[in-house]
Design a binder for this molecule. Structure first.
Ligand code: ADP
Length: 393
């Protein structure tokens, strides 16, 4: 099938065109709304770059259509079987990808308060494409959907239950497309059906989350109502004592200042001044005290989640590392797996060092728990999910 995947961020638009699950071309438009927006098109092993003002997502989409036509990538968009949109928040309403209808749009609009920075951009891209090509099916693939299988004891906060009913305050989880993709790939690598496996998947990018995937279903994940909860991240705090917030308010901090601090100035950046794991590691290697602290905090928290999820699932068959840090930072993987023999994790340190870009196994053959590195591919997972929806129509 021919599928265009669109991932609209608050100031960016990422698109990738797939034919028969093979990536043909990709376009990244950044700094939408700024004086100089930037477009990067990759096609036929060539990269084209252009800078010009692109006012909004509608204009970005028009540019995509124009570029794909003039570069002969897609001369007639009607050969597309569907457009798959990554939609960040589906609230409690979507546990599967869905064909976009006016009702689906209304529901995505209703959950805007849960993802005020993301869902509006996703909707803009949906409307913009629909305005150009109203007859091409559009499909929404939700970041939250994979985690809708969490049981109530995992997704409820120990807060007055009426907050959940009145304000939808509960845990949702994110990175679902990535966790779902690497879980399936892990089953392939292990040569066992996914339904027989207990997996801990670690998506460690700028944002980071862990998921407990028991027998094919997410039963717990570290991000919560928003992507702030859980692991320490590039610039986000992850878990902390909620009493810190009223304490800071009483000390004169504005709510918006705290919000920005927790999301943009905390995590690795808050501890050592940079959110780029490459710099953190380079500085830690040179005995920089704060960088070492940041690295220890980061890996210690991942260890704690591994222990917790092993307990939640009554055991674990494999731990999977993915995303920028999970796929590339050998040192992070080593520190996470250090002294975990007690729970059956035995890292093959040579294999870990050699595993630079491609996926593979980095545990010893005798390790009870396999440790895998699997490059994530959220776009391909969106394509696969779209194909499933189209086949069911
Ligand atoms: P995003 O969440 O923005 O998609 P990525 O999955 O690209 O993020 O991950 C970004 C993180 O991966 C950054 O912290 C970056 O430093 C880290 N990273 C990328 N390459 C390496 C590497 N070779 N070694 C260590 N960290 C890396």
């Amino acid at each position: 099938m021919n599928i265009l995947v669109i991932n609209a961020g608050s100031s960016s638009l990422k698109c990738q065109y797939f034919a028969a699950q093979k990536s043909i071309a990709s376009l990244l438009i950044e700094r939408i709304g700024e004086a100089q927006s930037e477009a990067t098109l990759r096609y036929n092993e060539t990269t084209y770059k252009a800078s010009k003002h692109i006012a909004n997502h509608h204009k970005a989409l028009s540019l995509l259509i124009e570029l794909f036509k003039t570069e002969h990538i897609l001369e007639d968009f009607h050969i597309l079987d569907a457009v798959g949109h990554r939609v960040v928040h589906g609230g409690e309403h979507f546990s599967e990808p869905v064909k976009i209808t006016p009702e689906v749009i209304a529901t995505i609009e209703r959950v805007i308060p849960l993802a005020p920075l993301h869902n509006p951009s996703n909707l803009e891209a949906i409307h913009a494409f629909g305005a150009h090509y109203p007859t091409i099916p559009q499909i929404a693939v939700f970041d939250t959907a994979f985690h809708q299988s969490m049981p109530p004891h995992a997704y409820c906060y120990a807060l007055p239950l009426e907050l959940k009913e009145k304000y939808a305050v509960r845990r949702y989880g994110f990175h679902g497309t990535s966790h779902s993709y690497v879980a399936k790939e892990a089953a392939k690598m292990l040569g066992r059906p996914l339904e027989t496996l207990r997996l801990i998947t670690l998506h460690l990018g700028n944002g980071a989350s862990a998921a407990a995937v028991a027998y094919g279903k997410s039963i717990d994940t570290s991000m919560g109502m928003t992507p702030l909860e859980g692991l320490m991240m590039g610039t986000r705090s992850g878990d902390m004592d909620p009493a810190i917030i009223p304490y800071l308010v009483r000390n004169g901090f504005e709510v918006d200042t705290i919000d920005t601090m927790l999301n943009k100035k905390s995590g690795l950046k808050g501890i050592c001044g940079t959110n780029d794991m490459r710099d953190v590691i380079a500085r830690a290697d040179k005995e920089d005290k704060n960088a070492r602290l940041a690295l220890f905090m980061y890996t210690y928290r991942i260890k704690k989640y591994i222990g917790a999820y092993a307990a939640a699932m009554g055991g674990v068959d494999a731990v999977v590392f993915t995303a920028g840090i999970g796929e590339h930072a050998t040192k992070v993987r080593k520190m996470v797996c250090d002294e975990m023999v007690w729970m059956g994790i035995e890292l093959d340190t040579d294999a870990n060092e050699q595993m630079i870009n491609d996926g593979g196994t980095i545990s010893m053959p005798k390790s009870n728990v396999a440790v895998l590195v699997i490059p994530t591919n959220e776009e391909l997972e969106i394509v696969r999910q779209c194909e499933r929806v189209l086949n069911e129509l």
